[in-house]
Design a protein around this ligand. Structure first.
Ligand code: H79
Length: 588
């Protein structure tokens, strides 16, 4: 169990740098400061399951990002927004008349989540566009009263989840409502042309609907409020009170706003690089859009799903991964296949994911990642070392045993230590196709020096997140790759003349290493790299506005030990130079 205090990570990010388009606060809500123990009764599936299914499904799924023959790229549930297709309210409402998802199969979806290894499902009961995907008495713009299908899929899905032993819960857009008068970004007048206020929307629709979703579908795991914007606290409080009254065991998402949620939600699609304390979750999607988009065939492979899931568990959090069913209710086959294949792996190695805790290294390692259970470390090896040795830097606790797992079988792994590193002897070929697992049982609690090791065998990338920076700025930068598709980096920018971004590294094998930098900028740039107290190299390379890796040169570490490696910006436009990471690869 993790009983640490939640740090206000969102506020910290806001301090470090604002989102390009808007404050993180307005988009995703404030942080919560809660003791994990306070929520122990609530959210056990969240805390121990570590993996959930998110579903975005609504009228927008019918369009799949194509309107009047034109394709709009970005997150499909925003299709109505002026920055996408800009569909007028009445026109959007008409979509209900053709919503007839005959292929919706609640049991198949629950089974998919179960086979994927997920522990609960959270589905959109109402997204920003205001259409209720359940039978609402508060507003007839809903799936039963407004569509020819006239069925409430949420009863079936809630039941199917229970039959599979899964938890169930709802996403609800509490602040934005684009079709109901008074909702945020919604019509500002009612049907009669009278001005409508947020209070009108809240009293007539939002509060009664949250009553409904928390009363009519049995026990609920989470009410997943989103994008609180500048919604006043008194409203959020009322919603939270309703959830507490009707669902005392449900969690309220951090994006309820005003710190009233039970846990932290990181930014959309954000898998953190450093351990994050407290209860938190990353939400992500199997392709690039949340809701179904006809063109979006860029799926996460089973291995990528495992990489992101294990990264979240390894950083101390929970991962919720989305599917966007089509307008006919069917689930895109490639999403299902990736989920099933990664799920089959999780069934072989449940100990890596469930009730597992954060890595004592506090970040990923060059070959993979680590999760922990008591005195056992689980090393998930994504890049199998060709040289037959796996290098583990900084482990201080004595090892009791090390074994390579193969499902329930295992074989002993020889190990030795040198200069603070543990070197494990491995067979030349990975036993698992996706990710192989090594279990290390320690003689005591895991203790680690989390300094980055320069791996003697494979490349080591160290992100700017881990640099100590003087004379320049280190902050998070977020941008939308496509509309609503968020990406982020921590970068070093606004370089002054003597600025340095310094990385502390531990070296096991002395010798030459190829140093590359990943950066963005304009024109040719000159960067310097120093082993502090040792060699200096510098070089000119090109740049582009996208982050790209460029080699700088070879550098020597004369003997095993700890070094500081300092990066400096020597020539070019310092306003545009943005350093994302440094990379070391053995020169041989
Ligand atoms: O449901 C998914 C998204 O639809 C929803 N959250 C996930 C889980 C989400 N809604 N809003 N956001 C995420 C943040 C989006 C902010 C922006 Fe904008 C939309 C930035 C630019 C377009 C709104 C309009 C804020 C600034 C301009």
């Amino acid at each position: 169990m993790k009983n640490k205090l939640t740090i206000g990570i969102l506020s910290a990010l806001i301090l470090q740098g604002m989102a390009a388009e808007q404050g993180m606060n307005e988009m995703w809500g404030e942080s919560t400061v809660k003791l994990r123990a306070e929520n122990a009764a609530r959210g056990q599936l969240f805390d121990e399951g570590n993996y959930a299914m998110f579903i975005h499904w609504g009228l927008y799924s019918q369009l799949g990002n194509k309107v009047d023959g034109k394709t709009y790229y970005g997150i499909g549930e925003w299709i109505m927004n002026p920055r996408m297709a800009g569909i007028p309210v009445e026109e959007y409402k008409n979509l209900a008349k053709t919503f007839n998802p005959k292929k919706f199969d609640a049991k198949a979806i629950a089974k998919l989540a179960k086979d994927a290894g997920m522990k609960y499902i959270i589905i959109t009961s109402k997204h920003h566009e205001g259409f209720a995907m359940y039978h609402s008495k508060a507003c007839d713009f809903n799936v039963v009263d407004a569509t020819p299908w006239a069925k409430d899929p949420m009863h079936e899905l809630a039941e199917a989840c229970r039959a599979e032993g899964l938890g169930f819960g709802f996403y609800y857009s509490h602040n934005q409502d684009w079709t109901f008068p008074g909702g945020n970004r919604g019509p500002t007048t009612d049907e009669k042309g009278n001005p409508a206020t947020f209070d009108d929307y809240f009293v007539k629709k939002c509060l009664p609907q949250v009553e409904e979703i928390t009363s009519n579908y049995g026990p609920i795991e989470i009410v997943w409020f989103d994008t609180p914007g500048n919604m006043p606290k008194k409203y959020v409080q009322q919603l939270v009170d309703v959830v507490r009254k009707n669902q005392p065991n449900a969690l309220v998402s951090g994006r309820a706003g005003h710190g009233l949620g039970d846990y932290q939600s990181l930014g959309d699609m954000e898998v953190p690089h450093k351990n994050v304390d407290g209860m938190w979750e990353s939400v992500d999607t199997t392709n690039d859009s949340w809701a179904y988009a006809w063109y979006d065939e860029y799926w996460k492979t089973p291995k990528e799903i495992l990489r992101r899931l294990i990264a979240c568990v390894g950083r101390g959090g929970t991962y919720m991964l989305n599917i966007g069913p089509r307008g006919d209710g069917s689930v895109p086959e490639r999403a299902a296949r990736s989920l099933e294949e990664s799920g089959a792996w999780i069934r072989r190695y449940p100990q890596v994911v469930y009730a597992a805790d954060a890595s004592p290294w506090e970040h990923a390692l060059p070959w993979g990642d680590v999760t922990v259970k008591g005195n056992r470390l689980y090393l998930s090896v994504f890049e199998w070392p060709a040289g037959g040795k796996l290098y583990l830097p900084g482990l201080k606790t004595k090892i009791a045993s090390a074994k390579l797992l193969l499902g329930e079988k295992s074989s002993a792994v020889p190990y030795e230590s040198a200069h603070g590193w543990t070197i494990l002897g491995l067979p030349p070929v990975a036993p698992e196709k996706l990710v192989s697992v090594i279990e290390i049982e320690l003689a005591g609690e895991p203790e680690v020096v989390p300094t980055f090791g320069v791996d003697p065998d494979i490349g080591t990338e160290i992100l700017a997140d881990f640099a100590s920076v003087a004379g320049a700025e280190l902050s998070q930068k977020r941008w939308m790759e496509k509309f609503g598709e968020w990406k982020s980096v921590h970068h070093v920018h606004d370089w002054t003349a003597d600025a340095k971004a310094t990385f502390e590294v531990s070296v096991l094998e002395p010798g030459d290493y190829i140093v590359s930098l990943t950066y963005a900028g304009e024109g040719r740039l000159v960067w310097g790299v120093d082993v502090v107290g040792g060699e200096h190299i510098q070089n000119q390379q090109n740049s582009s506005h996208n982050y790209q890796e460029f080699p700088i040169g070879w550098i020597n570490f004369p003997e095993p030990g700890t070094y500081a490696v300092a990066v400096s910006f020597l020539e070019g436009d310092p306003a545009l130079a943005s350093l994302k990471s440094i990379h070391f690869a053995p020169a041989r």
